[in-house]
Design a protein around this ligand. Structure first.
Ligand code: COA
Length: 260
């Protein structure tokens, strides 16, 4: 994979570890990070060697402390919309990836950082993780999908509270609200994410991609999630992996999925 200036990538046994690498700026998402994330996503979509993905931040302090505020100065309404549109496109691409993507939240996940974590399919937090959408303190609202994904994840009441107060919450509170799936010790964070991805990627890959698509159908306007599930169930039944999965069960052996 090509070298990036703001992102580190490491592919081991089918799992791609992406590290946002701007530790001195608490991994804030400037335009380059967003562009490079987009390029890595193209690679994730097209490279069959990549089975699952972890996104984390460099250093002990931050996952991502938000969009890069230094790039906000003097921005016009049109430029603001364009910035938000770009972020939406990239985060939608994370969400709609057929390959599982886990956020390993290793510290501050504020603003765009919290939005990045929420765009991932699963969030595992270290004990020192902190979450929040402090945009109102700057006179703006979340622009990378935060108002929508937070409401989907934790419900309207608590989402409105966090979005309007700009309050930061710790990992235990985030777990209680359902914002994160699990909280682990910092030293165990990446291994926990890897173990979860190994479990998921040992399943039939086509079925995993259809689970993702079917669940997100619930949130897409004009789409009936139940109809989507019926359609995608049928598609799974037509795969070689379905034949293999059922044969393996009946023959009392472990299935060997070919991803077909
Ligand atoms: N954009 C740009 N730079 C940021 C940043 C952001 N979102 N978050 C942190 N940084 C930079 C700081 O400016 C500082 O850079 P400097 O050393 O060149 O001055 C460096 O990262 C370290 O941050 P600092 O504020 O000194 O660390 P801290 O431990 O005192 O505070 C935070 C940590 C996360 C509480 C604080 O950095 C913060 O509030 N960041 C902004 C969070 C935010 O509003 N995000 C939403 C943006 S839309």
């Amino acid at each position: 994979m090509k070298e990036f200036s703001t992102i580190l990538t490491e592919l081991t046994e089918g799992i791609l570890l992406i590290t946002i690498n701007r530790e001195d700026k608490l991994n804030a998402l400037n335009k380059t990070v967003v562009t490079e994330l987009n390029e890595v996503l193209d690679e994730i979509y097209s490279n069959p060697e990549i089975k699952g993905v972890i996104i984390t931040g460099k250093g002990p302090k931050a996952f991502v402390a938000g969009a890069d505020i230094s790039e906000f100065k003097g921005m016009s309404e049109e430029q603001g919309k364009a910035l938000a549109r770009k972020g939406h496109d990239v985060f939608d691409k994370i969400e709609m990836s057929g390959k599982p993507i886990i956020a390993a939240v290793n510290g501050f996940a504020l603003g765009g950082g919290c939005e990045l974590a929420m765009a991932c399919h699963i969030r595992i937090a270290s004990e020192n993780a902190k979450f929040g959408q402090p945009e109102v303190k700057l006179g703006i609202i979340p622009g990378y999908g935060g108002t929508q994904r937070m409401t989907q994840l934790i419900g309207k009441g608590k989402a409105l509270e966090l979005l309007m107060t700009g309050e930061t919450i710790d990992a235990t509170c985030a777990e209680k609200l359902g914002l994160v799936n699990d909280v682990v010790q910092t030293v165990e964070l990446i291994d926990t994410c890897k173990a979860m991805l190994q479990k998921i990627t040992s399943m039939a890959p086509f079925a995993i991609a259809q689970v993702i698509q079917s669940v997100y159908a619930h949130f897409k306007s004009g789409i009936d999630g139940f109809d989507t599930e019926i359609d995608l169930f049928g598609k799974c039944v037509a795969t070689e992996d379905f034949a293999e999965g059922t044969a393996a069960f009946l023959e009392k052996r472990k299935a060997k999925f070919a991803g077909k």
